[in-house]
Design a protein around this ligand. Structure first.
Ligand SMILES: [Zn+2]
Length: 160
């Protein structure tokens, strides 16, 4: 775990042979999984969507099949090799051609993205470190090589 927070101000200071006092802030202070990173420092390579489904639903998820989604909050972990902002913008749009599993959940009239988090940790690692329950096996993990089983996790009932 420490490896992902390794660029501390201390390390930088030492590597440049400068005194500690020249770095007054921690560069990766919020670079923990699920939390926003400082843009432009460590590259953002993955993201998480916190999704609220305000009522239970049966949703057809493309070729994966039709599934029961309990009402509540979900976290979806994804990545984009480039232009992650465009990918997130696409997720936030209700009008689009349904392509990925997540598109089917987000197209449901009762679902809504309530928060977007960006991270500089690989998506599978971020996903595996995120607590939650897998309710749909294989959701968003068709091309996952790290045995995640699902890139969508259920976080429980939504509380305002
Ligand atoms: Zn994975």
């Amino acid at each position: 775990m420490a490896s992902h927070r390794s660029i501390s101000s201390d390390n930088l200071s030492r590597s440049k042979g400068q005194s500690k006092s020249t770095h007054k802030f921690s560069i990766v202070a919020d670079n923990k999984p699920g939390e926003n990173c400082f843009p432009g420092f460590l590259p953002v390579i993955s993201y998480q969507l916190i999704i609220k489904l305000c009522r239970e639903a049966r949703i057809k998820v493309g070729r994966l099949g039709e599934f029961y989604f309990p009402a509540g909050r979900y976290v979806y972990t994804g990545s984009a090799k480039r232009n992650i902002s465009a990918r997130i913008k696409r997720h936030l749009s209700k009008v689009k051609k349904l392509r990925w599993h997540i598109d089917y959940l987000l197209a449901n009239p009762f679902s809504e993205i309530v928060e977007v988090k960006k991270a500089s940790v690989p998506e599978c690692e971020l996903n595996q470190r995120t607590p939650g329950v897998i309710v749909i096996n294989g959701f968003g993990s068709s091309d996952c090589k790290n045995n995640c089983k699902s890139h969508l996790k259920y976080l429980g009932i939504y509380r305002e």
